[in-house]
Design a protein around this ligand. Sequence first.
Ligand SMILES: O=C(O)CCC(=O)C(=O)O
Ligand SMILES: [Fe+2]
Length: 276
Amino acid sequence: MKIVPFSPGCGAVVSDLQLSRMTDIELNQLRAAFAEHGLLFFRDQDFPPHEHLRFANRFGEIVVNKFFKTTAEHPQIAEVRKEKTQQTNIGGGWHTDHSYDDIPAMGSILVARTLPETGGNTQFANLAAAYDALPETMKKRLEGLRAVHSNTHLYGENGIYRFTDLADQLGGMDRVGDATHPVVVIHPESGRKVLYVNPGHTISIEGWEFDQGRELLDELFAHVNTPAFTCSFNWLPGSVTFWDNRSTWHMANNDYQGQARLMHRITLAGSPLKAA
Ligand SMILES: O=C(O)CCC(=O)C(=O)O
Ligand SMILES: [Fe+2]
């Protein structure tokens, strides 16, 4: 197995490995790489849905998304689908999956099934590197703060997705809810400090005036969303990505109107997050 950085501050490419024929020793090497990089890319995988599920079950415990449709055959595989005629895509803004849960998802494994001819990249950001690069004064300011994460503004009755052509694809309107998490968490596996706020789900700072919280969050989001901490992955048939939801953000480019794109996603359960 070979592991090389994808870009200086974001992700790693794993080669000389077929996920569906991985030994237990390779699985352990992969665990270490996942803790270190938080974002792994794989090419040329022979990875049908049953192998996707088998890999997920070997790595951890599967958790099912409350809002996405699943494939007909496998209720643990979520469909990230955009039809030719559809305008809106799933995950088109920076976010991390399930941060609105009390125990957020550990990771997501995304597999390309149908790809547009061009476009449809997924962008990622490295939140451990972004934290390290914060000025000391900001690190001090963030100590002890907690943020509120929600999905109501996206998937609730008046959530923005409900007014788009994605609405038919989404369930769970009644399953919306919030959670609070420390703004800086200790990553459960790597022990690194990670900035755990994201533009999609983090709505406010607990106990602060809304506007004041918004100002701080926007400042942090702008700090992360720069070339030093971000990268863009171009999907090809056989590509798989596996990201850590505690230490990365992602967002799906919506630059392929008139073409279809279908991805399969399995999400793995995490553990409670502790303040740094
Ligand atoms: O389609 C993509 O590239 C990513 C969509 C997304 O946000 C997800 O699968 O969690
Ligand atoms: Fe996502």
